[in-house]
Design a protein around this ligand. Structure first.
Ligand code: COA
Length: 380
């Protein structure tokens, strides 16, 4: 028996490692700035619909009126799910979560799509657009099926965000709600080499197809350190209850080396610019609904977390409040993240494919080698 140790430098969690050149997104984690294809997130959040931001991410330029119209029409045209997928979702165990149903349905969609196995830049964009269009339908359908309700078919008159709320509730949303959902989707659409987008790139780098990449993406986004935090935030706010309990709660979590959900970020060492926009929206919605309880907890948490850990809220923190005011159920929060991030996944998949090199890092082996082999019948 002997040991090998190459003494190579290990970057745990790939922290600080630059793995590719990219033109999709720029993040300045020190100054708290974010750009999609060179455009500041403030301008995009204020002016763009999800469709417009998705077009920008996919085609690297802002659409003119005609291009935006045909892109929106294309998304609307592809919203419907094959009946077989709807039937399949009816057979899912009631205990299946929204993200688990989404992961399974996204994968199963490949079976009914003759283009799904095709792999070229054009195919990636084509299949990606189909998946962006269908993900809201999957989430809304499964939500209703799981509650024993009839599904609400997509309405081609409504935009991407408004249609999602319509399929969830069966009611056409008011303008404020539709815009709130839309802006939230825009802010979640892309964020550089985050874990799920990187996972998508790894899958595409093997020359696998887009449905496989999306299945990887949903599976990776599901974890509580990534998209799953969106669900945990609202549960945490409920546990805290009122602003007066914040200090005690944080002390308890930090003493147990736990995590305050919706706080901290691998890249941002300052306030997440998306959280800034969402905070404003959460405040407006809280005032409109005359319910400041969650927002007051948020304000106190900001003070305590900055003081205790030097940490700031990330995108998931205030978005959880926005979802609450939109009357969306807590357990679909990570799926809302996935619906929006789908645009970024397609942009990254296309970029990876366009200049592909198999992603295959190395590890530093610290185990043993040259062990004496013991036959099965002699092992204790
Ligand atoms: N609550 C309490 N402490 C936190 C924290 C949080 N939300 N986020 C980071 N920390 C602390 C860690 O305990 C660690 O402290 P220590 O050095 O005293 O041990 C330090 O900050 C570094 O944490 P680490 O996990 O190494 O940083 P990271 O870059 O790998 O983590 C996240 C980034 C997002 C995974 C992390 O901030 C986190 O778990 N946040 C909560 C989950 C969340 O909101 N995820 C959504 C991200 S958009």
């Amino acid at each position: 028996m002997s040991k090998v140790d190459s003494n190579a430098d290990v970057k745990r969690g790939l922290e600080g490692v630059i793995v590719a050149e990219s033109r999709v997104c720029y993040i300045d984690g020190i100054k708290g700035r974010l750009y999609y294809r060179g455009y500041g997130i403030g301008d995009i959040a204020k002016n763009c619909s999800f469709e417009e931001a998705a077009y920008l991410l996919l085609y690297s330029k802002l659409p003119n009126r005609r291009a935006l119209h045909s892109f929106s029409v294309e998304l609307r045209r592809r919203r419907n799910l094959p009946q077989r997928i709807v039937e399949m979702m009816r057979t899912f165990s009631k205990s299946m979560t929204s993200m688990e149903a989404l992961r399974t349905a996204v994968s199963a969609l490949a079976a009914d799509d003759p283009d799904a196995r095709k792999v070229s830049l054009e195919d990636h964009l084509n299949n990606g657009i189909s998946l962006i269009a269908k993900m809201p339908t999957i989430v809304a359908y499964y939500y209703r099926i799981n509650r024993g309700e009839e599904v609400v078919k997509p309405d081609p008159e409504l935009g991407h965000a408004a249609n999602f709320l319509y399929m969830m509730t069966g009611r056409v949303p008011d303008k404020t709600s539709a815009r709130g959902m839309d802006m939230d989707m825009v802010l979640h659409a892309e964020h550089g080499f985050n874990a799920s987008s990187f996972a998508v790139r790894v899958t595409v780098s093997t020359l696998s197809d887009m449905h496989s990449a999306f299945t990887t993406g949903v599976g990776t986004l599901k974890g509580p350190l990534h998209g799953g935090a969106a669900e945990e935030v609202m549960r945490m706010l409920e546990e805290i209850g009122y602003a007066k309990n914040v200090d005690k709660y944080v002390q308890k979590i930090l003493a147990g080396h736990g995590r305050v959900m919706g706080y901290g970020h691998r890249i941002y060492k300052t306030y997440d610019p998306r959280a800034r926009v969402l905070k404003k929206m959460a405040e407006e919605m809280s005032k409109e609904k005359e319910n400041m309880r969650w927002f007051e907890i948020g304000e106190r948490l900001e003070v305590v977390m900055e003081r205790e850990k030097g940490l700031y809220p990330n995108v998931d923190f205030y978005s959880a409040m926005v979802y609450h005011h939109l009357a969306l159920p807590i357990d679909i929060n990570p799926s809302l993240f996935a619906i929006a991030r789908s645009a970024g996944w397609v942009a990254h998949a296309a970029e990876q494919y366009g200049d592909n090199k198999l992603i295959r890092p190395l590890d530093r082996y610290v185990g043993e080698i040259d062990l004496e082999f013991i036959p099965l019948n002699k092992r204790k």
